[in-house]
Write a protein of this length. Structure first.
Length: 418
């Protein structure tokens, strides 16, 4: 059985992730902090490490350094999660065999798929179309579920309820579940049970405090027909569901302002580790360059097939996402909207040579480091490239280790700026 070590994160997140991995016959162990994580690591020698790096403090770096120096543990791949948005800072983690970095909140489907990829297993999330949103007003959870019942999202709901309840210090909360655009049948009974059992799993939410708003007759008959759900109020009339809740607010307010208030969140839901929407729920505009977990995005501008193959093989070792351009014009035309952490540039390329590419990047005040990798031996080429903003200049050919170390040095050079 494959084994994964989770370092950091809350116990509720551990329970949530453990449930998903157990279904895939993968065992998850939890170490609450990175300070004691190294001892746990050498005892377990897991197949994968998932670590919450936080703000990349000294304890995290010390753990990564110890792991990198241990001959038995240094080869263990790492998936990191956290809140850091400085790509230069994150890119340096490749030297510690960090394969992916996911910024919170995680897109569960992409995160889970990557765990499977590292373990050499085919992990797929439930792709059932499903919108699941939640907000909190005073002491009431409002949950909207539409289109379908997605098992992974429903499981996620238990984690989010527990997380919000604890962080907001909620006592005896009420819950309103609003279902829309659903047409259910007997094939959905297992998922309906999962949804209701997930809500009831947190015993602080009583059945009498749960209101369900739905037009789906099968869902209503299912709830009313099962003794274990007796006490849950279910209706297709929004006023019937919300009116009893108005009693918890000041009676001096008129009905309309109260209804407006009850449907608008007035408590900030704590930042969560898991996004309740999957990558497929976005139209592409809301996705960020972090969602795929790529730590290092490399642009290679070189028309020599041999050099291209060497560079691709080199950066593939550290799981970089690589984009190849055979000339400078194509690269510059494609640059808008693209995020590259480092550019590897040859001098002798068609249509526009490497020095002209550097001049264009300088005019654009391009901020990512550019490493020149070329057979240009004349001193003037080196001088011109560095004066035009290149962070380094190395001659072809070089060993992969030299190329990677030079790239990492360029990434750590915070003084670089066009």
């Amino acid at each position: 059985m494959k084994q994964v070590l989770l370092i950091g994160e809350s116990y509720s997140f551990y329970e949530y992730l453990s449930e998903g991995l157990n279904q895939q016959q993968v065992k998850l162990e939890h170490c609450p902090n990175s300070r004691s994580a190294y001892t746990t690591l050498i005892q377990l020698l897991p197949d994968l490490i998932i670590i919450d790096i936080g703000d990349l403090n000294e304890d995290v770096l010390l753990f990564l350094e110890k792991k990198a120096q241990d001959p038995n543990a240094k080869g263990t791949p790492i998936i990191a999660i956290g809140n850091i948005s400085d790509r230069k800072k994150i890119a340096t983690l490749v030297s510690f065999r960090v394969h992916k970095y996911f910024r919170k909140p995680l897109k569960y489907d992409l995160f889970f798929k990557e765990i499977g990829s590292v373990l050499g297993m085919n992990f797929t999330a439930d792709q059932t179309d499903c919108l699941l949103e939640m907000h909190v007003t005073d002491n009431i959870f409002f949950i909207e579920l539409a289109n379908g019942l997605n098992r992974d999202k429903i499981s996620m709901l238990r984690y989010r309820l527990d997380e919000c309840k604890n962080k907001l210090k909620m006592t005896a909360p009420k819950l309103v579940l609003m279902l829309s655009n659903l047409k259910l049948c007997f094939l959905d009974m297992t998922n309906i049970s999962l949804l209701l059992d997930t809500i009831l799993a947190d015993r602080i939410i009583k059945k009498a405090s749960i209101k369900i708003l739905t037009n789906d007759s099968f869902f209503k008959d299912f709830v009313n027909g099962h003794e274990e759900y007796k006490g849950i109020e279910i209706s297709n009339d929004i006023n019937e569901v919300l009116n009893p809740l108005l009693e918890i607010f000041a009676i001096s307010e008129s009905k309309d302002p109260l209804l407006h208030r009850i449907l608008i969140p007035n408590k900030e839901i704590p930042e969560n580790s898991i996004d309740m929407r999957f990558s497929t729920d976005y139209d592409g505009t809301a996705m960020t360059s972090w969602d795929s977990g790529d730590i290092l995005r490399v642009a290679i501008i070189d028309d020599d097939p041999v050099s291209q193959k060497i560079l691709v093989g080199t950066f593939d070792r550290i799981k970089a996402k690589i984009t190849i351009y055979s000339d400078g014009v194509t690269f510059l035309n494609d640059l808008e909207g693209k995020v590259f952490d480092i550019v590897i540039l040859d001098i002798f390329i068609p249509n526009m040579n490497g020095l002209d590419v550097l001049r264009n990047l300088q005019r654009q005040r391009y901020s990512s480091p550019v490493m020149v990798y070329s057979q240009a031996t004349e001193k003037q080429y080196v001088t011109d490239a560095l004066s035009l903003g290149a962070t380094s200049f190395i001659l072809k050919p070089q060993k992969p280790e030299v190329i990677i170390q030079t790239a990492l040095a360029a990434l750590s050079d915070t003084s670089n700026s066009f």
